[in-house]
Design a protein around this ligand. Structure first.
Ligand code: MV4
Length: 504
């Protein structure tokens, strides 16, 4: 056991703040790092100390593992929390941290390596009873042999890159005639994107749900699961809405997927917080896809339904403490939904929208949590992920969580950039979402951008708008209008304005 007294957070934005807050509650001193683009970011002020690591580009700042370790030595830091993204799943960095005599708040480099590659992950879980999508568990190299396997599995099939993730290097093959060409494309894409051309075959599961299980392990071999998150609402392989629990899992299926997730974690001697991803098909059969060896963006929904602080648990595990609970101590209470508020235009194919948060007012009230890293007036940096905030609603039931989310979206005032907030309203009111009957094709099947287009105002609204424009023009040019007003013997412009607005 080694107590952490000073923690460096190797990240930015909402997740840096999220981690700093838990460290503060635990009485741990904190160090933030920041790039030149983030000098004014809230995480920099929140930490006890902050060090600039370099120019805006991630590779020159948040990815500079060598510099970050050096800072730890200079400031007497004893542990690093990597957050998500950046260095969080970099086994080489985790190894360097360990070699420098520091604690890495995350799993071992060995576990990261095993799960970082999809084929080695499949190999690792082979000894356990984990359902895998029919296909190959070794890299395919010979086209003719691979086509033969695809025939046996049955088209359509997917060719996936072993080193891939987020749908990159994934090719859908409809029939044997296309196979050779698609395989070549997949190998080329994997080679250029990951420096590793290993690909494998999986039967294509049509209309699957993406359901993941949160796991938590300690260094003494205890592993529990913290139930599921439903993450099927996504676009371009990026999640937008997540919820816990899933509307479709029965207690039996939940327990079974949970047991499998724990076994996947056991297969790589996992310690820390991790996520085991599954596909669930329309027959409610589930298949292990991959394991993410980090804290995930959507972890708050799990926190809300379990009452746990996952960052605190991560820190305690990193210190070598045993988990303070067993599986049977854990239960789901209530329902939580997260909407990722991205600086993107849902009416324009979710293209990133850059600019300034001219107005930024967060929603509040019962059951609402906002995890963000912005303040009014700040610019959205172009260098990083365009996520502004995570809006999380909690309720006793799914219906109450939906009502609260809709109310909170209506309260949220963001002006200056387009966001995914209106998309959230659309989804949360959609019959398919409300009924729970949806899959990973939700956006393709049910979302029409035109549904978000502003409606033409009615006559009364148009007149109020015209009056407000007149008032604003008056405010900007009071001298000219006051002069006109004096000529007609009226009150001064500003006094008139005060009276009209009821301001004293
Ligand atoms: C699949 C699949 C259907 N069948 N594998 C996409 C990203 C990667 N993590 C796994 N993905 C998929 N793998 C088989 N065998 C469908 C997807 C998929 C998907 C998965 C999760 C969430 C959203 C998705 C959107 C499209 C495709």
């Amino acid at each position: 056991m080694k107590k952490i007294t000073k923690l460096l957070v190797a990240n930015r934005g909402e997740i840096a703040l999220r981690i700093l807050r838990s460290a503060k509650e635990m009485g741990i001193a904190t160090v933030a790092i920041y790039s030149e683009a983030d000098r004014l970011a809230p995480h920099v002020r929140y930490a006890d100390e902050a060090v600039c690591v370099g120019p805006p580009a991630s590779k020159d700042s948040y990815l500079r593992g060598d510099k970050i370790i050096e800072i730890c030595h200079e400031l007497g830091v004893d542990a690093i929390h990597p957050g998500y993204g950046f260095l969080s799943e970099n086994a080489g960095f985790a190894r360097a941290v360990r070699a420098a005599g520091l604690l890495f708040v995350g799993p071992s480099p060995e576990a990261m390596e095993i799960m970082g590659d999809k084929l080695s992950a499949k190999q690792a879980v082979k000894a356990y009873d984990i359902p895998l999508v029919p296909g190959t568990d070794e890299a395919i190299t010979d086209v003719a042999a691979a086509r033969q396997i695809a025939q046996e599995v049955g088209f359509p099939i997917l060719i996936k890159a072993s080193a891939g993730g987020g749908g990159k290097g994934m090719r859908l093959v409809q029939n044997a005639d296309e196979f050779a060409e698609q395989m070549q494309l997949a190998v080329n894409e994997a080679t250029s994107a990951f420096g590793d051309g290993s690909v494998f075959i999986e039967k294509f599961v049509t209309g699957p749900r993406h359901i993941e299980i949160q796991v938590l392990g300690d260094e003494h071999g205890h592993i529990v699961h913290l139930f599921e998150r439903e993450c099927s609402i996504q676009r371009r392989h990026q999640k937008v809405i997540e919820e816990a629990p899933s509307a479709v899992l029965t207690p039996e299926l939940r327990a079974e997927m949970g047991r499998c997730a724990v076994q996947v974690a056991r297969a790589c001697h996992y310690a820390g917080a991790g996520t085991v991803e599954f596909l669930l098909d329309d027959q409610h059969r589930f298949y292990f896809l991959e394991m993410n060896t980090r804290l995930q963006v959507e972890h708050p929904v799990t926190e809300l339904i379990t009452g746990l602080d996952l960052v605190k648990e991560q820190i305690r595990v990193a210190e070598g403490q045993p988990l303070p609970f067993r599986q049977e101590d854990l239960a789901i209470s209530g329902h939580a939904i997260e909407l990722r508020v991205y600086a993107e235009d849902p009416q324009n194919n979710f293209l990133p929208d850059i600019g300034r948060l001219v107005t930024y007012v967060r929603p509040q009230g019962p059951g609402i949590r906002v995890d963000d890293g912005f303040e009014p007036g700040m610019d959205i940096p172009i260098y990083y992920d365009p996520m502004i905030a995570k809006l999380i609603a909690y309720g006793a039931t799914r219906a109450e969580a939906i009502e609260r989310m809709l109310r909170a979206i209506a309260e949220y005032q963001i002006m200056g950039i387009e966001t995914t907030l209106p998309f959230g309203t659309y989804v949360l009111q959609h019959p398919a979402f409300v009924s729970g009957n949806f899959d990973t094709n939700f956006v393709r099947d049910h979302f029409q951008p035109a549904a978000l287009a502003p409606q033409a105002p009615d006559e009364a609204t148009a007149q109020v708008a015209a009056a407000l424009v007149a008032l604003l023009l008056h405010e900007q040019q009071p001298a000219a209008i006051d002069a006109a007003s004096a000529e007609t013997g009226g009150a001064s412009g500003s006094a008139w304005r005060r009276n009209r607005l009821g301001v004293r």
